[in-house]
Structure formats: C-alpha cells, structure tokens
Write a protein that binds this ligand. Sequence first.
Ligand SMILES: [Zn+2]
Length: 218
Amino acid sequence: MPLHHPNEDTLLRHASRRLPSALSLAVELHLDACPQCRNFVIQCEVLGGTLLENSGEESMRPEALAEVLQWVETEEKPAPKFQPAQTWPASPDGLPLPRALRFCSFGSWHWVAPGMRFSRVIAPGGAGDGSLILLKAGAQRELPLHGHEGIELTQVLSGRFSDHLGHYGVGDLIERDDDILHRPVVDPDGECICLIATENKLVFQGFIARLVQAWTGV
Ligand SMILES: [Zn+2]
C-alpha cells in the first residue's frame, strides 16, 4: 500500500476533470496502486454528479463539499471496477509499465545528466497544459536542486528515492508545488524509474542544470 498520496484538492480536481491531462495521467497511475485514493475519487465522482444534478452549480451551498468529504470518509466504499488492459505497455527498453499508460507512446531514452535518462511520454490527446516524462536514474544519482511553476507529481514505478521531506517507493505519489525546492536522491541499492508530470517547466537553480534544460526541453 502506498505511503504518499496526492493532496485531496488534486484528487478532487482529477475527479471533476479539472486537472491538466498530464497530471491526471500521473494520478491515474497512482489510483491503480492505491485503493484508498481510488475509493475517494469514485465517491467524489458519484457524489459530485449527484449534487450538480439535484441542485445546479450556482445554488450549491458552500458547506456541500465538506459534507461530501465527510460522507466519503465515513460511508462504506463499493468495490472498484477494473478494466482489462488492451495491450501491456512497456518503457523504451522493455520495462513493463502500469496499465494506465497503455494508450501512451514513448520517445527514446535521452541523456539528461550523468546516470540519468528521460523519455518523453505522449498521452493520447496530448499533455494539455502540462508535460510528462519517464525519468530513469541510477543508484545514488541526485537530481539538481529545483523548484516548480505549479504542481509537480512524481509517481514511483520502480526503485526508491528520497528528498528532505521523505523516502519514497513503488506506488507512492509525491506532490510538490511552487513553495518547495528539493533535490531528490536515488537509494544506493538500485536504479529508480518515475513518471513525472508537471503543470509547467521545472525551475532549476544552477547554471549547468538550466543549460541542460534548455537543450533537452525537460
Ligand atoms: Zn493514494
């Protein structure tokens, strides 16, 4: 069971289809691995639809959302529905990927820093306002210190890494926003592959990192 989850607000925006499609895809990956967030989203979709149907958006009481969330926390949850994968997706070097990526296409691995490669992920219909990459980093590799314009969602697909706020493994989704500068470091026992979805470009602190960003477009 994952230990790190998207914020409630991000899950609500996903449920109401108001999240950029790149971020929504990262959330979908997390939902595949996390029954807790999956149930939350299912209940929000059902209750959000019912509220809009019954009251109309304009006349919705301000406390309605709090009541929905209270209901979600206390009510028994229905079993999630699964859809079988059409074809099983794989990364550019054949690593099996989660089912939620089955309609995406992937670019080749490109060098981005020593021991790190990225592959651009093309979602069906594009990434909306965001960008989407797979990042593969070797053991003990460190991503340059960076911040964000808007939200960054990192879903761990294999391996483990940490930053100054925690330690993360497969299934975890790490949400960071403009207030946080961080420098993720891969664990010493093996490489780590993550899907990273951002609303806007990352904001690197050092000149070399910004130079690499200018050339690669990450
Ligand atoms: Zn979760």
